[in-house]
Design a protein around this ligand. Structure first.
Ligand SMILES: [Zn+2]
Length: 199
């Protein structure tokens, strides 16, 4: 396989990227300045060496100088420890942060497909249950911050069924987030409104 074909095949593995787009990325790199290729290669290498996955919320973060295995949000004791915001992916946290939310997070790692019988294959259900159990004494509310999509709704239902046995209060984002919209793309005002209307 030539480097062109190899790289095209690698780009095709990216979420949402098809063969044509993958080929266009390679074409861009072929004609780009060598410094661009080098910068890209170096940063991809650094991604593994200079990032950690938080042991508590599972988001990826840039390693700090200390040996902490927690991200800056989880390590911040001034944040509201009694509210846990559950999101699908890391990018959702960046967006919710801009809305001014001051509690803590948990990244599910995806949503559960409609036909699935095995939720644990698609989301971090067991780590979530463990975390809620471990923090039962301080945790007052769990906010299900799923996207307003079919799979997001389905995932929310399964989480509601699974978590309702716990003594913690469960809430969902209220109106503001329109049907079909993903948390990642909602603007901070909309998220703030949806948080204010949670039920
Ligand atoms: Zn964290």
């Amino acid at each position: 396989m030539s480097p062109i074909d190899k790289l095209t095949a690698l780009f095709e593995r990216f979420p949402g990227i098809g063969p044509r787009q993958a080929r266009r990325f390679v074409q861009y790199l072929l004609t780009a300045n060598p410094a661009v290729r080098q910068e890209l290669a170096e940063n991809i290498k650094a991604l593994g060496a200079q990032t950690n996955q938080c042991k508590k919320c599972y988001r990826w973060y840039a390693k700090n100088d200390g040996s902490s295995m927690l991200c800056n949000i989880c390590a911040d004791t001034h944040r509201d420890q009694s509210t846990l915001f559950i999101v699908e992916k890391d990018a959702d946290i960046d967006n919710v942060e801009r809305s001014g939310f001051k509690g803590l997070y948990f990244v599910l790692g995806g949503t559960i497909p409609l036909a699935s019988e095995e939720p644990t294959k698609y989301i971090r259900l067991n780590p979530l249950l463990t975390r809620i159990k471990n923090e039962a004494s301080v945790l007052k509310e769990v906010i299900l911050g799923l996207s307003a999509t079919t799979e997001g709704d389905h995932t929310r239902q399964i989480l509601q069924e699974t978590l309702q046995a716990d003594s913690v209060k469960l809430s969902s984002l209220g109106r503001g987030l329109s049907t079909g919209s993903e948390l990642e793309y909602a603007d901070p005002d909309t998220i703030q409104q949806a948080l204010g209307n949670r039920h």
